[in-house]
Design a binder for this molecule. Structure first.
Ligand code: CA
Length: 232
């Protein structure tokens, strides 16, 4: 993947400028916000591939933002930016769901190295989907090499999670797949009840983006009592 959108949550403009400048220079697409509420809004829209999250923010702290993102089922990589060593103990000890951290003052090179590692870990499987060419299902067309999806010839902007979900549905076309199996395929671990509901939300988004009439889907079908089924 290229041009991943990186959400930078940082209230110090000088630090934010340094990060966004370096991210752009490395081919990323930084999105800068200076508070936790806005960070949550951007993440909820599925617009970010990863988050660089400062801990000391006005209002909602980075700890709270991280916890809230995980509570809402948002699984994008989160790297905490911490000003003090004693905050590191909290990041590690509180089981916030953060993936990594860097201590200020940091070098932007180090941040980007850590970021790349997290992106590889989170999306590596997607990036490796090469050599499969294009596939068409009615008005939907998937370019597996370039990880692009089109509807009636127009590009559709899917989040990495939506793309993974669609890929798994298509790979098992015509077979009903349980919510649990979808959670495991998309996130790689067994589910709980909240994860099941998360799948429903992602399915709804996929239908809104891909189906002509999301209320009467022709491809992404509900398998009653089980989960979902893709109909080519
Ligand atoms: Ca700060």
């Amino acid at each position: 993947m290229a041009g991943e959108r990186i959400l930078v949550v940082e209230d110090e403009p000088a630090v934010a400028r340094g990060l966004t400048y370096a991210l752009k220079a490395d081919g990323f697409e930084p999105v800068w916000v200076d508070n936790g509420q806005q960070a949550l809004e951007v993440a909820r829209q599925g617009e970010a591939h990863a988050v660089l999250l400062d801990i000391r923010l006005p209002g909602m702290s980075g700890f709270d933002v991280c916890r809230q993102m995980r509570a809402e089922g948002l699984r994008l990589p989160i790297i905490m930016l911490t000003a003090r060593d004693d905050e590191v103990d909290k990041i590690v000890g509180l089981e916030l769901g953060a993936d990594d951290y860097v201590v200020k003052p940091f070098s932007v090179r180090e941040v980007i190295t850590r970021l790349r590692a997290q992106l590889r870990r989170a999306y590596g499987e997607l990036a490796n989907t090469t050599g499969a060419g294009r596939a068409r299902f009615g008005a939907i067309e998937v370019d597996w090499d370039r990880l692009l999806v089109f509807r009636e010839g127009r590009p559709v902007n899917l989040t990495p999670t939506e793309f993974r979900l669609l890929k798994h549905l298509i790979a098992n076309a015509e077979r009903p797949i349980s919510r649990e199996a979808l959670v495991e395929a998309v996130w790689g671990y067994a589910s709980d009840i909240e994860d099941d509901r998360t799948i429903d939300v992602h399915i709804r988004h996929l239908r809104e983006k891909l189906e002509e009439d999301p209320a009467a889907p022709r491809h992404i079908l509900t398998a009653r009592g089980i989960g979902y089924r893709f109909k080519p």
